[in-house]
Design a protein around this ligand. Structure first.
Ligand code: NG1
Ligand code: ZN
Length: 533
């Protein structure tokens, strides 16, 4: 069958719901799983085009809705797409019927100078949602219709799929990233972890809430590769790892539940000062928390992980004798607590860059540093080492045993940290390594600085598209006059800061405010919400 006939025939099996308009956003496409067939099919077409455009480079496609409820699902390409390709995704997804879809596909092929006969390769995976296998059938149909070579990696975390894709695409080059298998992923992390742990010692267990998602079985698998507690390994207690009952996913647990509600999952049995962590539904986010001696809940979110990593890596670079050659920088969004930014700039004396929401923006900015630490406050982030930094790191001849030891740890961290994307499992091990080296519990970590009280509110508006921001989303350019009103308010609060922006994932405007007291932060947030309403 001619490929356009095959594409039309496949598309006819997954018709687009007539009353829907889809948009590829910061999280790819995400919605009720029952609406997603046609979208997944069309993302399959997009992946084929993308791979052909990149001369047969392997493209990852992930089916997941991360921290959303169990009935939702989503699909995104496993690379951070530039805006023009997000538009192509949106255009394909909204083609009315199979004929319009073939027309769009062919038009894109022409306009993007894609050779239809070029090779195309895709690897794909899904999280544990019940709707995953059915959506995979739509994806496979599109990959077959376009003559794309494909590999079904079944159930994986989002970062594991990113890892595999990078391994495949770098195989045989000087940038070879690792063995392109799931086992290769665990082995790489375990070896790096053991090396990074030399000279450090754990105290007490860490309890990890896996959101009843894919992180549960994958963390259990990872643990098999780590040294046992009797051999000096970290004790990881896995909880909320039920993937048999799909409705439990992200229900009363998980990173988003903890971060948004600023509370531990009700299932948590943790004693005061015991460290706990929560992953999200596809294990690309992690937050830590603990109960203080007086049982108050303390959250250690993405800002805390970023500051901890920047502190440790900055110190290691200096003690390895590479302080001048490895410039560490931190990338945050406007949602980062003002105290964390001040701590990085004033205490760690490291540069901070602020970007719009969405990890692709943070990741991109982080690659501008030798070592770029980036985290969203919600716990999604990683550390990226530039090629030049890696070269310096691995070529440098240490001048003393102390330099040598720091250098070894730093080299191991560059393998332990997932360089492709934020990875909850890799970030978990990173935090554990740092706490062990520092001999810190969660309280010492928490005491590095004091968060400013803050409030995030969701405001339903008639049309969120009228809200246009500038300055990394910290100022509203439109509707005209609104920013002046916000500025006027903020000036009245001690250490006040507030901004409003349209959400990229929900039909709402988000208002964030912080100030020197809880009452003032709440008050400021409510007043700014009143302005944008
Ligand atoms: P939106 O809905 O655009 O605010 C949310 C999160 C982001 C990011 C994306 C993608 C907040 C305030 N926003 O974006 O950090 O993670 O979802 O999942 O947490
Ligand atoms: Zn996620």
């Amino acid at each position: 069958m001619h490929s356009s006939d095959a594409i039309a025939a496949g598309a006819a099996k997954f018709p687009k719901p007539a009353d829907r308009t889809f948009q590829y956003g910061t999280a790819g496409f995400r919605m009720k799983a029952s609406l997603l067939d046609s979208v997944v099919y069309r993302v399959g077409l997009l992946a084929a085009l993308r791979s052909r455009k990149l001369n047969g480079q392997t493209i990852g496609v992930m089916i997941t809705a991360s921290h959303n409820p169990p009935d939702d699902n989503g699909v995104k390409l496993g690379e951070m797409l530039e805006a023009s390709w997000e538009n192509h995704a949106t255009t394909l997804a909204n083609a009315k019927n199979e004929h319009a879809l073939v027309e769009t596909y062919e038009l894109l092929t022409d306009n993007l100078n894609i050779k239809p006969e070029a090779k195309s390769r895709v690897v794909f995976a899904r999280d544990t949602r019940a709707s995953g296998p059915h959506l995979v059938t739509a994806l496979v149909e599109a990959l077959n219709a376009t003559g794309t070579e494909s590999t079904d990696c079944r159930v994986l975390t989002t970062p594991q799929l990113h890892y595999l894709t990078r391994c495949i695409n770098t195989k045989g080059t000087v940038y070879e990233y690792g063995e392109p298998t799931e086992q290769g992923y665990y082995k790489k992390l375990a070896v790096a972890f053991n090396t990074a742990m030399q000279g450090a010692k754990f105290s007490g267990p860490v309890t990890v809430d896996c959101a009843n998602g894919v992180g549960g079985p994958k963390l259990r698998e990872l643990i098999k590769h780590l040294p046992s507690v009797s051999d000096g390994g970290v004790e990881i207690k896995v909880v909320n790892d039920d993937i048999v009952e799909p409705e439990k996913l992200n229900h009363l647990c998980g990173a988003d539940y903890v971060k948004t509600g600023q509370r531990a999952p009700p299932s948590s049995q943790a004693a005061p000062l015991a460290r706990c962590a929560s992953l999200d539904g596809d294990a690309d986010r992690i937050v830590y928390y603990f109960l203080d001696s007086d049982s108050t809940f303390r959250l250690l979110d993405g800002d805390r992980i970023a500051t901890l990593a920047a502190l440790f890596i900055g110190d290691l670079a200096r003690s390895a004798g590479l302080g001048e050659k490895l410039k560490v920088g931190v990338v945050q969004t406007a949602y980062a607590n003002g105290s964390s930014t001040a701590y990085i700039e004033n205490d760690l004396r490291l540069p901070v860059v602020c970007t719009p929401t969405g990890v692709k923006h943070l990741h991109h900015a982080a690659t501008k540093f030798d070592v770029g630490v980036y985290f969203e406050a919600n716990g999604h982030g990683t550390v990226v080492f530039s090629d030049l930094a890696l070269k310096r790191l691995f070529k440098y001849e240490p001048k003393s045993p102390a330099q040598s030891s720091s250098l070894n740890t730093l080299r191991a961290l560059s393998h332990l940290i997932n360089q492709t994307v934020g990875d909850a499992l890799s970030d978990l091990l990173l935090v554990e390594v740092i706490l062990a080296h520092k001999g810190w519990g969660p309280k010492e970590w928490d005491q590095t600085y004091t968060d400013l009280p803050n409030r995030l509110v969701r405001v339903e508006v008639a049309d969120r598209n009228i809200f246009k921001t500038v300055d990394a989303e910290r100022k509203l350019e439109k509707p005209e006059g609104v920013q002046a009103l916000i500025d006027g308010l903020v000036g009245k609060y001690k250490q006040g800061r507030a901004f409003a922006r349209a959400s990229g994932t929900e039909d709402a405007v988000r208002v964030y405010a912080e100030a020197s007291t809880r009452g003032e932060a709440d008050d400021l947030a409510a007043k700014v919400a009143g302005i944008v309403k």
